[in-house]
Write a protein that binds this ligand. Structure first.
Ligand code: KG4
Ligand code: ZN
Length: 360
């Protein structure tokens, strides 16, 4: 069975082809340099860019895989959560493709696709405890199989990625700042007391990161740290700025505060949930080197394996959509053409239809 996956929920346009669970081809275009000029994603620009790029990326994908559209059995598309205008571009493209190619359509939950992305590279073990950390979400899940996801905790305000991006902006780092904070922070030891570990003094599995960015703002003001200069043309940190040891130490300490907080709540979730066989770390922030190390150590302490996608598959990508779509399609699940895109903040309905799996 060949499944085309389409991701356009935010500022990455990405498509992939999977055959019987194996990734055949994958192509992505990031709009980060466009949005970096504005310090964050501009929704109208994002949907225009998706519309401009998606057809050419699809042609290039099929050329790379040496396949034709008629070879596709199922089309999986990220239906939400995300920016509505961006989602609609991918959804309209997926519906037209499925109709033209005579393929089944399947709308995929973007968050569930992130959580199962490691499954592209290794067999996943369920039940799993999943920590999803991205630019828009920070959530703990119990995952019993590719259809059953239970949210155990969520952020009450900012997501972990947002905490990095907003703090990075204060430091003068380009958007999205998470990877720059990671790279700069890796060059110094963290100072434990520089920033608080927020929202740990409670019995819930929820998170709150908004106070951490206030702590960053207060620290910079108190110590008179000037923002760095970054190269607008290339959306990168200038080499002379990257060598600033004070900024490196701030990045290391801030990252450690985020990581310690995520690990503390994940540990609490592991103590509460029974029968867990693996720890899954997923989402754009799962690319963070300190977080990967800390979650690996937590898994080992608990006699578990930590299942994390390789760094390129942590960010938004079409491969994770194709992967989950093909798992669901193989079980006979699909959507009619009336399937709707679901913007951020609305619950994604469980409205898949089911036919005999052998029909594909
Ligand atoms: O999953 P993703 O690609 O998009 C969303 O669905 O949000 O996540 C993007 C987020 C951004 O906030 C970005 O700064 C963060 O992931 N990120 C990182 C790293 N790489 C990307 N945060 C910390 N360390 C990194 N290495
Ligand atoms: Zn995402």
């Amino acid at each position: 069975m060949i499944c085309l996956g389409i991701e356009s929920s935010c500022d990455d346009t990405s498509l992939a082809l999977v055959r019987d669970g194996r990734l055949l081809a994958h192509i992505s275009a990031s709009q980060a340099p466009v949005h970096a000029l504005f310090g964050g994603v501009v929704p109208e620009l994002a949907s225009r860019e998706h519309g401009r790029l998606i057809g050419a990326l699809c042609d290039a994908l099929f050329a790379e895989a040496a396949l034709a559209p008629g070879d596709v059995d199922a089309v999986a598309v990220a239906r939400g959560p995300g920016l509505l205008g961006s989602l609609l571009v991918g959804m309209a493209f997926a519906k037209a493709f499925a109709l033209g190619a005579g393929a089944r359509l399947i709308g995929v939950n973007h968050l569930h696709a992130h959580l199962l992305a490691a499954g592209i590279e290794q067999p996943l073990m369920f039940p799993a405890l999943g920590l999803l950390v991205s630019g828009g979400h920070t959530q703990l899940y119990r995952i019993d199989n590719e259809r059953e996801f239970t949210v155990l905790g969520t952020t009450l305000d900012d997501a972990a990625g947002e905490a990095f991006d907003k703090a990075g902006k204060m430091l003068g780092l380009p958007y999205p700042a998470g990877k720059f904070m990671d790279e700069l922070g890796a060059r110094q030891e963290p100072v434990a007391k520089m920033f608080p570990r927020p929202y740990l003094d409670n019995d819930t599995l929820n998170f709150s990161f908004s106070g951490l960015k206030t702590a960053m703002s207060a620290y910079l003001a108190k110590h008179g740290v000037p923002p760095l200069a970054w190269d607008v043309a290339t959306a990168s940190v200038r080499p002379e700025a990257a060598g600033n040891t004070e900024i490196q130490r701030i990045c290391a300490s801030y990252t450690q505060a985020v990581v310690d907080t995520l690990v503390a709540k994940t540990r609490k979730a592991l103590e509460r949930e029974s029968g867990i066989r693996s720890l899954i770390l997923a989402g754009g922030v799962a690319a963070n080197s300190a977080l990967r190390g800390a979650m690996q150590a937590l898994a080992t302490d608990n006699g578990l394996v930590c299942q994390t996608p390789s760094v390129p598959l942590c960010a938004d990508n079409g491969a994770m959509i194709a992967h989950l779509g093909s798992l669901l399609a193989a079980q006979g699940y699909f959507h009619p053409l009336s399937v709707e895109a679901i913007p951020r903040g609305r619950r994604i309905p469980d409205d898949m239809c089911r036919a005999h799996a052998t029909a594909l």
